[in-house]
Design a protein around this ligand. Sequence first.
Ligand code: 5GP
Length: 204
Amino acid sequence: MDGILIVMSGFSGAGKGTLLHRLLDDYEDFAFSVSMTTRAPREGEVDGRDYFFVDKEKFEETIRNGGLYEHAQYCGNYYGTPKAYVDEQLKKGKSVILDIEVQGAMQIKEKFPDTLMVFVTPPSIAVLRKRLEGRGTETAEVINKRIDRAKEEVNWMDKYEYIIINDDLDTAVKEMHDIILAQRYQTKRLGTFIDEIKTELKNI
Ligand code: 5GP
């Protein structure tokens, strides 16, 4: 069965990263699309695993050479999805998950209308604020910036096909997996299988 393309966007602090890692740990048939970015690596991030970290020149050269499926600027840095890795994984039958913000997500949906579009949100903005404050790593200014960003991103929420309300992590992981499974068994994605059955019947 062919893998599918999955876009996951969400408010900063919605727990998208944790959800994604759990999904990749628990299920073998998913691959994470490693993005290219000009932002500096954070502590613990590994080049080629979390991101391909490049400078602005290299990023712009990749855009010119048509090496990205989408790209966007976010907080002053470039982010983009390299084509080669996505193609390679899909060919292997893996479902590829793109963790990208809303502008890039819309570019992907336009290029690949069959993309499964999922938006991850906490149960409320009060919970979002509490989570951000609870981390104890963000200043009040950064927290307010993230909330401001949510005010913009909320306008794109209804462009997504599914909303995951990340209240309890285990439940959210299961729901996400169920949604992906259901999507994979859609008739429109099983054309090859249907053709095989037809051929078998013809040859009886
Ligand atoms: P961060 O710098 O916190 O890792 O990511 C910032 C934002 O950029 C997140 O919303 C993340 O989903 C988004 N992002 C990461 N990679 C890509 C990408 O390849 N393309 C786009 N458009 N956004 C991305």
